[in-house]
Structures are given as structure tokens and as C-alpha cells.
Design a protein around this ligand. Sequence first.
Ligand code: GDP
Ligand code: MG
Length: 166
Amino acid sequence: KCGTIAIVGRPNVGKSTLLNHILGMKLAITSRKAQTTRHRLLGIHTTEDTQFLFVDTPGFQQKHLNTLNKGLNKTVTQVLTEVDVVLFVIEPMKLGEADRKVLALLSDKPPTILVVNKSDLMGDKGNLLPLIQDFDLEFPFTDIVPVSAKKSLNLDELLHTIRKYL
Ligand code: GDP
Ligand code: MG
């Protein structure tokens, strides 16, 4: 099996960290600063019977729609028409309008997995789902997978979930 997976989400949710830790190597550049990833970055993760081609997208920029940012947003939309699976990454403690704006770029065509990142920062895991439900993302996600990209928690489960759609 093989397929292409886009990683999308507002800046700083941990997209590049997720890609790096899935690949087990430093490929994308991670930083606290938004816009570190200006161009799409590819990474291939190969297991015995599956090849995953990941595309790390630049964060969707909400405020300053200058020429550069228009270019960034176009890259995101382009990538999304070409992939088999979309990972929509959020940080559950910091949901906001920036997340909704990225979500508005998604179509319901490729299976889209809600990746709840930074789960290591959540003290009480029981609060996680209500928190997300209260925010009401209004999108037909096929799956919800909590992970910690930084601590490499639950990444196997994420790969398993992706594999269902390849
Ligand atoms: P991107 O803009 O979505 O690509 O986000 P980055 O991957 O550059 O990460 C932004 C910041 O969040 C960095 O400081 C990361 O170290 C941090 N980060 C990413 N994933 C996690 C995680 O699972 N847990 C914690 N605590 N921090 C994370
Ligand atoms: Mg990045």
C-alpha cells in the first residue's frame, strides 16, 4: 500500500514536529515562530508493506494577506486536491479562529483525520473530547486521534488509522 498524506493546521500546532517524529529524522524545520515552513516539505515513511508520503504544508495565514501569504494559502489548497488523506492538526488548549480558517480550506472528499496534538500538555485527558466538542469544528472527520508529536506518543495509532484509507 502507498499513499500521500497532507499535514495541515494553523501555525504552531506542531505539523513539522509531527512529520519529523514520524520520519524519525530532522527533515522539516520546527520553530516557535510562525511561518518557518514556507514551502511544502515531503517525507517518506516506509514500513514492511506500506509507504506513506507526507506533505508538510505551510500554516494558513489569517491576518496579513500580503502577496507572500496568498502564495502560502494557494500552496495549501493545491496540496489538498492531490492527496489520499488529510491530517488536520489542532492544539486542544488553543483552539481559535485561525483553526476555523484552515478548516474552511478543506473539502470533505479525502478522508480527514482530526489529530489532537500536544496531548502531553493535557493534565486530565478526560477533558479533551468535551473541549473539542464545545469548540464545534463542524467538519465530518473520519477519525479523531490524540498524539504528542514531541514525545512521539500514539504515532503508531495514527499511522494505523491513515493506513485504513490507502
Ligand atoms: P508548525 O508551525 O505547525 O509546523 O509547528 P512546529 O512543529 O514548528 O511546532 C511549534 C512548537 O510546538 C514548537 O515549539 C514545538 O516544539 C511545539 N510542539 C510540537 N508538538 C508538540 C507536542 O506534542 N507537545 C508539546 N508540548 N509541544 C509540541
Ligand atoms: Mg512547520
